[in-house]
Design a protein around this ligand. Structure first.
Ligand code: FE2
Ligand code: FE2
Length: 389
């Protein structure tokens, strides 16, 4: 009877894990969740997760209950030097992939005798001891190994036949969630790529570089991040903002590219890129395109009500558009344009701050200032590059 109850509990728990993991749409959160749930289920002290990319394993997650109580997680992560390694029989995780089986090591002091090389430097540095380990291959429904889950310092019973069977069952749940998560992530990347390419059409017409949309969408995301701390919202902004000027495709070149000052009438025509953009993105079913439409329509509104096309004020302007307005202007200021030299970023920052409550929402400006360190990284030339053409 007790066994039956036990079995029922385990089955319930398995279903629960499956549902929980299936509901997580953010890939990094999903990976964290997989490790966390597996640790809970097996009562392991620590866990890590690797994703397979061809013949390599990429290190993605590290969790450890004991260490995280002593040291902040970020500083543990900093000490993990190898973020990627080749799959071969020398490493435990590598062997797990190569031989397509669970590697179970009940006593880690014998790990070298078993033919593995194991880096104990982190244990030593952090005053920790890895005593036992399970390395489990994670397979997609096609049977291909897509990752490795590693659990450390597990109770004795995990190494029994029954224990290993359970580990295998939960790992199968995790693997399906992981496989779906990776597919979704790939789909999102493809979607973002398509969005950038479409948005580029409008940018090309305007003689701006394609880099403008790349940067301004990331600046928008960083602002959103420090404003709301909600990764889903930040991601939505990242994906929806590149299309803000899509309506420029319909503006005649002689107006859009006019080197001199625009007449009042010409400026009225330029302004229609907002309403045309909204029309292009209108009547969409998806949340992404609905937000993109709002951004296209309202990114030239100003907080004090002096913007266009509708002269909306304050909170009447959708938050997404208030965010993009700051990012768009900042990137335009620090970029070189045919009619102006690039502003030094700190000057552009001062300008943005000076427009608090006028052009821009004060709270969005505060969030921009909070995110400034991250933002400015986008404008540094990549290390190792030189300036020659
Ligand atoms: Fe615009
Ligand atoms: Fe723009």
């Amino acid at each position: 009877m007790k066994n039956k109850q036990n079995y029922q509990d385990i089955m319930d728990r398995l279903v629960e894990i499956g549902l929980l993991l299936a509901s997580e749409k953010n890939i990094q959160k999903l990976l964290d969740r997989i490790v966390e749930e597996e640790m809970n289920f097996t009562k392991a002290e620590g866990g890590s997760l690797y994703i397979r990319k061809g013949n390599y394993l990429n290190f993605m997650v590290f969790r450890n209950r004991i260490l995280e109580n002593k040291i902040p997680r970020e500083s543990i992560l900093k000490r993990i030097k190898k973020s990627r390694f080749e799959i071969n029989e020398k490493s435990i995780a590598g062997a797990c992939v190569k031989f397509d089986r669970i590697i179970s090591i009940k006593d880690m002091s014998k790990v070298e005798e078993m033919g593995f090389s194991y880096d104990r430097s982190i244990d030593k540095e952090l005053g920790y001891e890895t005593k036992s380990l399970l390395s489990i291959p994670l397979k997609n429904p096609e049977g291909e190994i897509i990752g490795v889950l590693q659990l450390i310092n597990l109770p004795e019973e995990s190494f029994t036949e029954e224990g290993l069977r359970l580990v295998r069952a939960t790992a199968a749940q995790a693997a399906i969630a992981l496989s779906n998560g990776l597919l979704l992530d790939e789909l999102k990347k493809a979607q973002l790529d398509t969005i950038y390419r479409l948005a580029k059409v409008a940018e090309f017409k305007d003689r701006e570089t394609g880099d403008h949309i790349m940067r301004m969408s990331r600046v928008s995301m960083f602002i959103a991040d420090s404003l709301k701390h909600d990764p889903d919202f930040s991601e939505l902004i990242l994906y929806a903002s590149p299309m803000h000027d899509i309506g420029k495709v319909a503006i005649p070149d002689h107006i859009l590219l006019k080197p001199g000052k625009l007449t009042e009438n010409e400026f009225e025509i330029i302004k229609t890129h907002t309403t045309i953009g909204a029309e292009i993105l209108g009547n969409a079913e998806t949340k992404l395109l609905k937000v993109a439409r709002k951004i296209a329509l309202y990114h030239h509104e100003k907080f004090d009500g002096t913007g266009y096309p509708e002269g909306l004020k304050g909170d009447e302007i959708p938050l997404e558009a208030r965010i993009v307005a700051v990012a768009d202007v900042f990137d335009a200021l620090v970029s070189k344009r045919p009619y102006k030299a690039p502003w030094p970023p700190d000057e552009a920052l001062k300008y943005i701050v000076s427009q608090k409550g006028k052009h821009f929402d004060p709270e969005v400006v505060n969030a921009f200032v909070d995110a400034y360190d991250r933002i400015i990284e986008l404008y540094k030339p990549p290390t190792g590059s030189n300036s020659s053409p």
